[in-house]
Design a protein around this ligand. Structure first.
Ligand SMILES: [Zn+2]
Length: 133
């Protein structure tokens, strides 16, 4: 299990990066394609804004690109290991299929990774003392 308080917890559990209690995306199912990209405006628990500034998530494209490369390489290597005689065009087809099928997951992961680069986890006690200052 991933421990609360780590960035991985927020990234993989769809939680607010600051309090790790409120939900980040409206739905926890990435294959609910109609609502897949819908995020809450702010955290329901600590009121952290999930889009701190306009265009904030343009940077998430770099993360998404890196995830895409990782998926590409993983599928390619898996094909070479499991079926060494496979034609490169067949491997390429599988890579494209894999990227399409995994797109909702990598899209959401990249946004959560991106916001976790900028927003730190704060425990409840720390948060409440910050608000009184
Ligand atoms: Zn929160």
């Amino acid at each position: 299990m991933i421990k609360k308080g780590t960035k991985l917890y927020s990234i993989f559990k769809n939680k607010c990066p600051r309090c790790q209690e409120g939900e980040f995306f409206e739905t926890t199912n990435p294959y609910d394609l109609k609502r897949m990209g819908k995020m809450h405006e702010k955290c329901s628990v600590c009121e952290q804004k999930f889009e701190p500034e306009t265009g904030f998530y343009f940077g998430a494209m770099y993360v998404s690109y890196a995830l895409g490369v990782a998926i590409f390489v993983s599928i390619w290597v898996a094909c070479l290991v499991l079926s060494p005689d496979m034609h490169p065009a067949g491997i390429f087809g599988l890579v494209v299929l894999g990227l399409l099928v995994l797109f909702p997951i990598s899209f959401r992961l990249s946004r959560r990774i991106w916001i976790n680069l900028f927003v730190k986890y704060e425990e409840k006690e720390v948060r409440s003392s910050n608000q009184t200052n």
